[in-house]
Design a protein around this ligand. Structure first.
Ligand SMILES: [Zn+2]
Length: 272
């Protein structure tokens, strides 16, 4: 049988690939039973897994693949066939997916509930200070300030690490770990973590060479290093992290460790 690869060009004139077109294309390329369906996941726009007995290769594509041009269709087929070794196809596919996902509206149900007012620290108040101190003129018209919230007080299971803050570019929300909302965590440290996450909003992740995501790029690092509390914040984190992890795991009150070096550093800066 003559391969109908790529999709029948006659369908390209205004025609969009249906799931049947995709199935046909992928069976031709992969030479195995395939079933294609459309979905709405922005975070996993392509999901492929073998299911059932006899096995069928089930491919779920974001619905925007119904508007994919022919070269993208071919690139996807090639990627499913040989994986990341298909470098050119991967680049083409990644770029197209990035572009398309940016156009997709964020579904309303993903809007998180916000709790900026903690028991010790109100993130709104702290953010005002941080913005005035480090982000003068950056946020405003067309560049909204991210929403702020404390994370949920679920017990952490990790023994070795703790994510103190995060910025979600999709929902535009900065979330701080509730372990920081305690009296023995200095106010300036919480402000520093907030500044770090606000820098993520200012310098969103971008793809570097080798298609890896760069979260802390050169500009990000330079601005963070220029923060007046950069040094003592890193020193404080290094010293207190085991205690913070314990507090997050056990749900107990955090007690800060004392250290002369830190006291000297903080002393120079002046208290909290
Ligand atoms: Zn970061």
């Amino acid at each position: 049988m003559a391969a109908s690869l790529p999709l029948d060009p006659s369908k390209d004139a205004g025609g969009c690939p249906t799931t049947e077109d995709w199935t046909e294309l992928l069976i031709e390329t992969l030479r195995r039973p395939v079933q294609v369906s459309y979905g709405t996941s922005r975070t996993v726009p392509v999901r492929a897994q073998e299911k059932g007995q006899p096995p069928v290769f089930c491919v779920r594509l974001h619905r925007s693949f119904s508007e994919a041009p022919m070269d993208v269709c071919e690139a996807l087929a090639r990627w499913l066939l040989v994986g990341r070794r298909a470098r050119k196809a991967c680049t083409l596919l990644d770029d197209w997916i990035d572009q398309r996902m940016q156009r997709e509206p964020v579904p309303p149900h993903s809007a998180p509930t916000l709790h900026p007012d903690g028991t010790t620290y109100d993130l709104g108040t702290l953010a005002q200070e941080v913005l005035a101190q480090c982000f003068e003129g950056h946020f405003g018209e067309g560049r909204p300030i991210p929403e702020l919230t404390w994370g949920r007080r679920a017990r952490s299971r990790s023994r070795h690490s703790l994510r103190l803050g995060s910025f979600d570019p999709l929902t535009h929300v900065i979330r701080l770990h509730p372990v920081l909302d305690q009296a023995e965590v200095p106010r300036w440290f919480v402000c520093f973590v907030l500044a770090h996450e606000l820098l993520h909003a200012k310098w969103p992740p971008k793809r570097g060479s080798g298609r890896r995501w760069i979260h802390h790029g050169a500009q990000f690092r330079a601005e963070e290093a220029a923060h007046p509390d950069f040094e003592r914040a890193h020193e404080w984190e290094k010293l207190q992290l085991p205690g913070l992890i314990r507090s997050a795991r056990q749900g107990t009150t955090f007690r800060a460790k004392r250290s002369r070096r830190l006291r000297d550093l903080i002393g120079r800066k002046g208290g909290r």
